[in-house]
Design a protein around this ligand. Sequence first.
Ligand SMILES: [Zn+2]
Length: 68
Amino acid sequence: MKCPVCGDRLTGRIAQDQYFCRECCVEFGWRDGALAVWALDADGEPVPVAAPSAPREEVRRCAASGRA
Ligand SMILES: [Zn+2]
């Protein structure tokens, strides 16, 4: 599954129809027929990410926080 944010194929499946991108540290999957993208904050809470227009700098911060 290609990452909807960065287009990278370095994604891992974490659940049925749910994937994680190691490149930009977001999770994404299908919800009610629409592709949803979210990132996890420091507390592990999902934060919705607007894709595919999410600025790379913003999602990069997650990777820098050590979850990658
Ligand atoms: Zn990505």
